[in-house]
Ligand binder design. Structure first.
Ligand SMILES: Cc1ncc(COP(=O)(O)O)c(C=O)c1O
Length: 333
């Protein structure tokens, strides 16, 4: 019976996640060089990326600030710089600079006119309509769309995690450093395994058994007052929120060590949190049924969270350069 309950709760959680990310009728997209309603943004079943996972993408958040009557896009430039790097690995050529991609995204958002937190999904992909596994001699395309979006995983109470039986893909198999659509099969396998076993999230290890990251989040631990996170060479996505947290830690004079992390360090850490554009900063309460610290959100996690959540809504002067306002002058919805 408890097993059925856990399974039912996991399924309920999954379907509410889908509802949160669904496109409303007012959503706009950019596809094939044109702005159009999301409902009209369609691709063929023959599309190479649909068949073989040969696309790269980003997940970007925009935060509504009711006091400013403004929608702020977080780390817009950094996301498109990473998209360009992912394109390089996957030999995808798109005719847009980082500045042009940013402008297209701002235009999509203005057309949507959202006054709520939003998730933006740009994709660059192999668009040829043919059968044949390769990266060369194919056409490429770019699309971006935006949907209203709340929390992805809990940010308050502390989530339960399980170390996954699925290992993170190695750099020499499917590079985790690049945000490749096909590689998210690995994340999906880990997430579903964890949720169907009654946990909120999965933590994945590298092929040689070191801590890599969450299913779609980077991970931080605190041990003896030092903030720890695995290095880029441990098959993580080099997260943009992770970089932001490292910057806040430096400014707040919190000692940091970027180093390889053993599985059992997860069990004895004083604090653990997951972070990412979707996850934001999500404290971890238990890992493999062991309570993290004393089970409460720890002091370093609390400090980082407070600065982070002020900054993303444009309320912290120090990190004002992190956000780009969408609505200017008469363009306010
Ligand atoms: C596998 C994986 N790791 C880490 C992250 C966090 O990256 P970012 O902070 O750039 O959103 C994500 C987010 O999409 C992810 O999918």
């Amino acid at each position: 019976m408890p097993c059925h309950n856990a399974r039912w709760m996991a399924l309920a959680r999954t379907s509410s996640t889908l509802r949160r990310g669904a496109a409303p009728k007012t959503a706009w997209a950019f596809l094939d060089g044109k702005y159009l309603p999301v409902a009209d943004a369609k691709i063929s079943v023959l599309t190479h990326a649909f068949n073989y996972g040969t696309g790269v993408f980003e997940g970007i958040r925009a935060y509504w600030n009711p006091a400013h009557e403004q929608l702020y896009v977080l780390h817009l430039t950094e996301h498109f710089e990473r998209l360009h790097r992912s394109c390089k690995v996957m030999r995808i050529r798109i005719p847009y600079s980082v500045a042009e991609l940013s402008d297209i995204t701002l235009e999509v958002l203005r057309r949507c006119g959202y006054r709520e937190d939003t998730y933006i999904r740009p994709l660059a992909y192999k668009s040829s309509e043919l059968i044949g596994v390769r990266l060369h001699d194919l056409e490429d395309a770019f699309t971006v769309f935006a949907v209203p979006f709340g929390t992805y995983i809990d940010i308050d109470r502390g989530v339960s995690c399980a170390v996954s039986s699925w290992r993170r893909t190695d750099d020499n198999a499917i590079p985790a450093r690049s945000k490749i659509t096909g590689s998210y099969v690995n994340a999906a396998l880990a997430k579903t395994e964890a949720q169907e076993a009654g946990f909120d999230e999965a933590i994945v290890l590298t092929q040689d058994g070191h801590v890599s990251e969450g299913s779609a989040e980077n991970i931080f631990l605190v041990r003896d007052g030092v903030l720890l996170t695995p290095p880029g060479t441990d098959n993580i996505l080099e997260g943009i929120v992770r970089s932001g947290i490292l910057k806040i830690a430096e400014d707040e004079r919190i000692p940091v060590s970027i180093r390889q992390i053993d599985r059992t360090e997860l069990y004895i850490a004083d604090e653990v949190f997951l972070c990412g554009t979707g996850a934001q900063i999500s404290p971890v309460a238990t890992i493999d049924h062991r309570t993290v610290g004393d089970g409460e959100v720890g002091p370093i996690t609390k400090r980082l969270k407070a600065v982070y959540f002020e900054s993303v809504r444009g309320d912290n002067e120090r990190y004002a350069s992190w956000v780009t306002p969408v609505y200017t002058g008469s363009a306010k919805p």
